[in-house]
Design a protein around this ligand. Structure first.
Ligand SMILES: Nc1ncnc2c1ncn2[C@@H]1O[C@H](COP(=O)(O)OP(=O)(O)OP(=O)(O)O)[C@@H](O)[C@H]1O
Ligand SMILES: [Mg+2]
Length: 307
């Protein structure tokens, strides 16, 4: 569906993207995560031809990026740069529809459908310059979707949206997936990305560190989950000393009634600790485990690359 092949980009002497390759299939949603300046927006702009790469190729539905294949793409950029501020909400949608070759009855129907879906019906006759930021964001999405693109690229679509608008945005994205669209989305909101994306690409200083399904990432880090054990014992220093002898165990917190620990890729970690407690005759009151979330995974992966 969408292929990004060995893209390189420099802005003057600054290397902004290095050897970027990935694919997105129909019905798939990929999240691009990365710090400010990592190169996320630049990738989306290169895919849509707004910025020309120095090296590499973009293929859209097995065609190189050109005027015709570009019709399959819809790009939602931050802010209102692609809207006509002196026109109404409805006029903007109609204009972008006609730009995409949709006319007549179909244009009318699609416009009405989007106005309703995105909760814009009650402001359809408002001039865009009078709209709030979130309303403009939803209108931008409508103008992106009116051409019914197969591949949809969204740069920070949730930025500045209130809860209700965020919900509408999420529902709209989920429906697009049901229609087998390919979606790329960038965001700093890890909770939403974790819920929405099947796959994430972690970009760091213009390089792809990770391109994995969210499930695989979680599975990989499963053994680094952290545990909390509540216990009764009169000599907690003794427990601490014994546990510290195992270098794979990272003690996160230790006090007289409970302690938390984690470790990386050690399946037996939990049992090792339990065995130590058993040998010392420590009474265990309760134990809890916590799976890593996307935020912890992201921090864990990028941490090693900071230097
Ligand atoms: N037109 C440009 N001219 C020169 N440098 C640019 C240009 N556009 C982007 N850059 C630089 O390229 C790098 C990547 O920018 P980009 O906007 O892609 O980052 P980003 O990952 O989208 O960041 P953010 O999370 O802040 O949106 C940054 O160092 C930025 O300063
Ligand atoms: Mg950006």
């Amino acid at each position: 569906m969408l292929e990004v092949i060995k893209i390189e980009k420099n802005f003057k002497k600054l290397k902004v993207l290095k050897n970027i390759s990935f694919n997105v299939e129909p019905g798939e949603i990929v999240g691009i995560l990365g710090e400010n300046g990592a190169g996320k927006t630049t990738i989306l702009k290169i895919i849509t031809g707004l910025i020309i790469q120095d090296e590499g190729y973009i293929n859209i539905m097995n065609q190189p990026l050109n005027k015709k294949s570009k019709k399959n793409l819809g790009l939602l950029l931050e802010g209102d740069r692609n809207l006509f501020l002196n026109y109404t909400v409805k006029e903007n949608i109609i204009y972008f529809g006609s730009l995409n070759g949709i006319i007549g009855k179909k244009l009318k129907e699609n416009t009405e459908e989007l106005l309703k879906k995105l909760n814009l019906k009650n402001i359809e006759n408002k001039i865009v310059s009078d709209l709030s930021r979130g309303m403009k964001q939803k209108l931008s999405l409508a103008t992106t979707l009116i051409g019914d693109p197969n591949i949809i690229l969204m740069d920070e679509p949730f930025l500045g949206l209130d809860l209700e608008s965020k919900d509408i945005m999420i529902k709209t994205i989920k429906n697009l997936l049901k229609e087998k669209k390919s979606i790329i989305i960038t965001s700093h909101d890890m909770d939403i990305m974790e819920k929405l994306c099947q796959r994430v690409i972690i970009l760091h200083k213009g390089e792809i560190l990770i391109d994995e399904t969210v499930n695989t990432l979680k599975q990989d880090l499963l053994n680094s989950k952290s545990y909390t054990i509540e216990y009764k014992f009169n000599n907690y220093n003794l427990i601490k000393n014994e546990i510290q002898k195992n270098k794979n165990i990272i003690i996160e917190n230790f006090d007289k009634n409970n302690f938390s620990f984690s470790g990386y890729k050690d399946k037996n970690l939990f049992y090792d600790v339990i065995n130590i407690l058993k040998d010392l005759n420590v009474e265990i009151i309760s134990s809890k485990q916590k799976l890593p979330d996307l935020k912890e995974i992201y921090l864990n992966i990028t941490k090693g690359y900071e230097l």
